[in-house]
Design a protein around this ligand. Structure first.
Ligand SMILES: N[C@@H](CCC(=O)N[C@@H](CS)C(=O)NCC(=O)O)C(=O)O
Length: 183
């Protein structure tokens, strides 16, 4: 079966698209417009009208982290295998990224969401500080067990983090609070 990935350009489907490409498995990407996400057709795929959505032989999947981990387990080579001694460190860093870094990135990109337009600057500055601190934590985790962090063999963590850091560099609501990729 050909995987079918539903997404919007530059939304969270980007990491899944990179992972699908790395598996070499047949896949197609269906790009929607943001205004299509709450259509009955898409709400039938995702109860909140979000992306990514991946159609697989085992059924329709939602949630970026779940999809990435499922692809890694199914196809191998994109993360330490369940019996690998590096699995524990990898899972810690992967879920640190999906929860702590992704959530902070959303506040940098959409600082009006928590409480409207009033505190936008304060929310964005707080997000920038949290991101800087949390990326430093991730660097410390990587230094402890760099096996899953090899640049010659990018995997699902690299794809996820690459997407998040690209967002934080390219799309912050306050341009002066962009996260520097070189830093
Ligand atoms: N926890 C979900 C979040 C997905 C998510 O936030 N998707 C955004 C795009 S990056 C979305 O679909 N936004 C459209 C909307 O909220 O209407 C996941 O990781 O898949």
């Amino acid at each position: 079966m050909t995987y079918r990935l539903y997404g919007v350009r530059d939304f969270a489907n980007f990491a899944v698209h990179l992972a699908l490409g790395a598996t070499g498995a047949p896949h197609e990407a269906v790009f929607l417009e943001p205004e299509d996400l709450k259509s009955p057709d898409h709400l039938a795929r995702h109860p909140l009208g979000m992306v990514p959505v991946l159609e697989t032989p085992d059924g329709t999947m939602i949630e970026t982290a779940a999809i990435l981990l499922w692809l890694a387990d199914r196809h191998g080579g994109l993360a330490p295998a369940p019996d690998s001694p590096h699995r524990a460190a990898f899972l810690s860093a992967f879920f640190f990224t999906t929860s702590n870094i992704h959530i902070a990135a959303l506040d940098l990109l959409h600082p009006y969401r928590p409480a409207g337009e009033g505190p936008v600057r304060a929310v964005a500055e707080g997000a920038h500080d949290r991101l800087t601190g949390r990326l430093t934590v991730l660097e410390d985790l990587a230094a402890r067990d760099p096996d899953w962090w090899r640049q010659d063999a990018p995997g699902i963590l690299t794809f996820y983090l690459g997407m998040l850091t690209r967002w934080c560099a390219a799309f912050p609501a306050c341009p002066d609070l962009a996260i520097s990729l070189s830093a």
